[in-house]
Design a protein around this ligand. Structure first.
Ligand code: TRP
Length: 470
C-alpha cells in the first residue's frame, strides 16, 4: 500500500511482512539464472572447477555484497541511486557515490532486455507442451511417435524465427510490466507470495524424479570433481559473474528491494536465507539437467540452448511426459517472472521517483526501451547473427548482441558495481550507521566487515584483471 508519507519519501512503499520481503528477494534471485544460465555456464567452463569456485564466490563475496546492498536500500528507503546518496550524506561523504547505483540501474535495464528474450523461449515451450498434451492426452511420454531429431530441432527452429522470438519476448515483457505497474504490495509481492511456493513444490518433484531416472552418477561426477588445471582466469570471472547474476547483485536490484524492508527485519539473517535458497536451487537445477544431458548424449557446452534442448528429450521418455514438461516450463516461467519483475523495478523506481512520474508511466517508458533492445537480442540469433557490437574488444570478438549484453553486464558492470559497493560500505559510509543496520553481532559482524573491506574488493579486482587480460 502506498504510504502517502511526508516530503521526499512520499509514495514510498513497504513490504507487508518480513516473509513477503524474503519471498520477493528469493523470487528475484531464483530465476533463469539458476535453471538456464548456471548449467550452461558450468558446461561451458569445465564443470567441477567452475561449480566449486562458484560456491566459493557465493559465500565469500556474494553473501557480504548482498548484505551491503539490502542495507544501503533499507537505510535510504528510496530508489537505488537516491539511497546511496542518502547514506553518503548521512555519513558526510560525497554524494557522487550514487554513481555506483546509477550504473547499476542502467545495467539492470540492459539485463531486463535480454532476460525477457529467454523468458519468451520459456513461453514457447509452454505452448509446445500444452499443445502436445492436448493432442496425445495424459498417457505416455511427450511427442509420441515423433522422431527425436524432430524434437532436437525445436530450439534451432525457434532460433531461426526472429519474428516469433521477438513477439514472445514482447509478450513476456508485457506481463512483467503489468505487475510492476501495479506496485509493490499488489503487484510485485503478489507474484512472489503466490508463485514462489508453487515453484518450489514443482521443482522438488521434478528433481526427485530426475534423480531416479537420469544418468545421475555421471552428472554428480561432472559437477563436483574439482580439476585445478581447469580453473583459469576466464573460468573464475565467469563464476563470479554467475554468482552475481544469480543473486541479483552488483546492479542495484537488491538495493531497490531492501528499500521496501521494514526497520525490524534482520538483514543479516535474511541475506543468509536468500543466498542459501538461491544456491540450493542452482545446484539442484544442475543435478536435474546434467543427468539428462549425459543420458541423451548431448554436448555439455551447448551454451544458452542447453536446458531448452535437453529437457524435451527427457520428457519424451517419461510417463506423463507432456504433463510433466508443461508443469516444468510453467514453473520456470513463474521463477523467471519474479526475477524479471525485480529487474524492471530497479530502473522503474528510479525513473518515477526522480522525474516524479506516476508508476505506470515510468513502467511504460522503461519497458519501451527494453522492448527495443530486446528485439535486437531476439534477432541476434537469426537476422543479426553476424552483428558483433563490441567486436573490436577481444573478450567480445564474434559475440552477437544478446551475448554482448549478457557478457558486459555479468563480466563488467556487476563486478565493478560490487567493488564500488564494498568500498562505499566498508570504507566510506559511517561505520555506526552500518552497524546499526546489519543485524549481525560479535564474530559474525567482524567477519562480514573484514570481507567487505578487504577480501571482496581485492579478490574481485584480481579476478577482474586476470579475467579481462587472459
Ligand atoms: N537473479 C535472477 C536470476 O537468477 C536474475 C536477476 C533478477 C538479476 N534481478 C536481477 C540479475 C538483478 C542481476 C541483477 O534469474
Amino acid at each position: 500500500m502506498a504510504a502517502a508519507g511526508s516530503g521526499a519519501r512520499a509514495g514510498h512503499e513497504n513490504w507487508s511482512s518480513r516473509s513477503a520481503f524474503i519471498l520477493a528477494a528469493v523470487g528475484s534471485a531464483v530465476g533463469l539464472g539458476n535453471m538456464w544460465r548456471f548449467p550452461a555456464e558450468a558446461g561451458e567452463n569445465g564443470g567441477g572447477a567452475f561449480v566449486l569456485f562458484y560456491i566459493f564466490c557465493v559465500l565469500l563475496i556474494g553473501l557480504p555484497v548482498l548484505l551491503s546492498e539490502v542495507l544501503i536500500g533499507r537505510h535510504g528507503q528510496a530508489n537505488a541511486p537516491e539511497s546511496v546518496r542518502r547514506l553518503a550524506r548521512d555519513s558526510k561523504a560525497s554524494e557522487g557515490w550514487s554513481v555506483l547505483a546509477s550504473m547499476g540501474v542502467f545495467a539492470a535495464f540492459l539485463i531486463l532486455s535480454f532476460y525477457c528474450v529467454v523468458g519468451g523461449w520459456v513461453v514457447y515451450y509452454i505452448g509446445v507442451f500444452a499443445s502436445d498434451l492436448f493432442q496425445t492426452g495424459l498417457s505416455g511420454g511427450a511427442f509420441q511417435g515423433r522422431d527425436p531429431e524432430e524434437i532436437k530441432a525445436l530450439m534451432p527452429g525457434l532460433f531461426a524465427d526472429g519474428t516469433l522470438m521477438a513477439g514472445l519476448n514482447l509478450g513476456f515483457l508485457g506481463v512483467t510490466m503489468f505487475f510492476v505497474a501495479r506496485g509493490v504490495s499488489s503487484g510485485i509481492e503478489w507474484v512472489a507470495v503466490y508463485l514462489m511456493p508453487l515453484f518450489f513444490v514443482l521443482f522438488l518433484a521434478i528433481t526427485i524424479y530426475g534423480a531416479f531416472t537420469g544418468n545421475f552418477a555421471e552428472a554428480v561426477a561432472y559437477l563436483f570433481t574439482f580439476d585445478f588445471s581447469k580453473l583459469t582466469g576466464e573460468v573464475m570471472l565467469a563464476a563470479v559473474g554467475q554468482a552475481f547474476f544469480s543473486l541479483s547483485l552488483g546492479v542495484a536490484g537488491m538495493m531497490t528491494y531492501g528499500a521496501y524492508a521494514n526497520r525490524d527485519t534482520n538483514l543479516g539473517e535474511t541475506s543468509g536465507i536468500i543466498a542459501g535458497a538461491d544456491t540450493a536451487v542452482a545446484l539442484l537445477a544442475g543435478l536435474a539437467i546434467f543427468p539428462i544431458v549425459f543420458a541423451a548424449g548431448l554436448s555439455t557446452n551447448a551454451g544458452p540452448g542447453l536446458m531448452f534442448e535437453s529437457l524435451p528429450i527427457a520428457f519424451q521418455q517419461m510417463p506423463f511426459g507432456s504433463a510433466i514438461g508443461l508443469a516444468f516450463f510453467v514453473m520456470i516461467f513463474f521463477a523467471a517472472l519474479t526475477s524479471s519483475v525485480s529487474l524492471l523495478e530497479a530502473p522503474t523506481a528510479y525513473v518515477f521517483e526522480k522525474f516524479k512520474l506516476a508508476r505506470p508511466v515510468a513502467t511504460i517508458i522503461v519497458g519501451a526501451g527494453a522492448a527495443v533492445l530486446g528485439v535486437l537480442s531476439a534477432l541476434s540469433f537469426n537476422d543479426l547473427a553476424e552483428f558483433y557490437p563490441l567486436g573490436f574488444i577481444p573478450l567480445f570478438a564474434e559475440t552477437n548482441f544478446f551475448d554482448t549484453l549478457d557478457g558486459v553486464t555479468a563480466k563488467l558492470f556487476m563486478p565493478i558495481g560490487a567493488i564500488l559497493t564494498c568500498i562505499f560500505v566498508g570504507w566510506i559510509a559511517d561505520a555506526r550507521l552500518i552497524d546499526s543496520e546489519n543485524g549481525l553481532d560479535g564474530a559474525l559482524h567482524k567477519l562480514w566487515r573484514a570481507l567487505v573491506r578487504f577480501v571482496c574488493p581485492i579478490v574481485l579486482a584480481v579476478i577482474l584483471f586476470v579475467g579481462l587480460t587472459s
